[in-house]
Design a protein around this ligand. Structure first.
Ligand code: SF4
Ligand code: SF4
Length: 313
């Protein structure tokens, strides 16, 4: 099947509605397409794009930012984020908390530029390409599409420096961010595609923990029955214990497995048996409770039942 024009146009419409009024019609681009753009300190619009925006933070964004700021995951989340959900899904996400000034400035912007520039979120790295469609995928050719957002205030489009989309992405290190977030993005894209699927609260809680709080995930892995539940080699356990980035990559792979059964995690036989036993025990307990309720009800006279009903009113 070729590129789905109707799906693309629908997404375009969503993007136009969600972006600010000054946005000119987004342009669809392939990796090899070229665009003229340059952004540098001293340009007339410098930092004008760093206020009044919504930045959903990906797991790798949080990893880089919290370490750059020397904060624990918990402290970073408390200080710099507000809760939200990913468009078109019930999946929880954290959003970078803007300042409480008139223009809702980013907490990291100064007149001299971004104070976390080398660890800035992937949304900032993509600009002027849109995050919303960055993974719009042509199933027929396996080709990714991107959109260019042209906002009136952004003078970078008037510059003569030319890039292919791939060159721009490499320059901004968005390739690296995409690679690190890949398993997470697959979960998000699948949730969007299967919009009708309802996730249980447990799945949403796990998604939130893995997406935003690596410290909590570490605790979950090493201080619960997690390691007894899967076939995980000692060298992997050692790696994720010692190396936080390895733990992040592992957590996102596991998220994909636990939410959609994708990937090569192996649940241990004894864990499967225990889970089956737990399920059976829960079913039996619920049946027993129901039987006891029915027996109690049947042992009462109609007068007793009516009296109880009156008392409840
Ligand atoms: S993180 Fe940096 S680049 Fe991104 S909006 Fe804030 S100041 Fe601008
Ligand atoms: S508005 Fe455009 S050119 Fe100006 S600082 Fe932001 S990205 Fe760079």
């Amino acid at each position: 099947m070729d590129f789905d024009q109707r799906e693309f146009e629908k997404k375009m419409k969503d993007v136009r509605e969600k972006l600010q009024e000054s946005v000119v019609v987004p342009e669809q681009l392939k990796r090899t397409d070229r665009m003229k753009f340059r952004c540098y300190p001293g340009i007339g619009c410098f930092t004008k794009c760093c206020s009044g925006i919504r930045i959903n933070l990906t797991p790798y964004d949080i990893f880089r930012l919290k370490n750059s700021l020397g904060l624990s995951a918990h402290d970073f989340l408390m200080k710099h984020t507000v809760p939200g959900s990913i468009d078109g899904t019930p999946l929880p996400v954290v959003i970078l908390k803007m300042q409480d000034d008139e223009i809702k400035s980013c907490p990291f912007v100064t007149p001299e530029g971004c104070t976390v520039y080398s660890d800035r979120p992937v949304t900032c790295r993509y600009y002027p390409l849109g995050m919303a469609l960055m993974k719009t995928h042509n199933k027929g050719t396996g080709e990714d599409f991107f959109i260019k957002i042209k906002e009136d205030h952004c003078l970078g489009h008037n510059e003569t420096k030319e890039w292919t989309i791939d060159e721009w992405r490499a320059d901004q290190e968005s390739d690296l961010y995409d690679e690190m977030n890949n398993d997470w993005m697959e979960v998000v894209l699948k949730a969007k595609t299967l919009g009708f699927v309802e996730f249980g609260q447990k799945s949403l809680d796990l998604f939130f923990m893995v997406s935003s709080n690596l410290d909590m995930f570490r605790d979950f892995v090493f201080n619960s029955k997690f390691l007894e539940s899967y076939e995980i080699g000692p060298e992997v356990i050692e790696k994720i214990r010692e190396d936080e980035l390895e733990l992040l990559k592992f957590s996102l792979k596991w998220l994909r497995f636990t939410m959609f059964g994708e990937g090569d995690f192996m649940v241990r036989e004894d864990a499967k048996n225990q889970a089956r036993e737990r399920l059976l025990a829960a079913k039996e307990a619920s049946l027993k409770e129901r039987r006891e309720r029915e027996e109690k009800l049947l042992s009462k006279t109609p007068e007793e039942v009516l009296k109880e009903a009156d008392g409840e009113e």
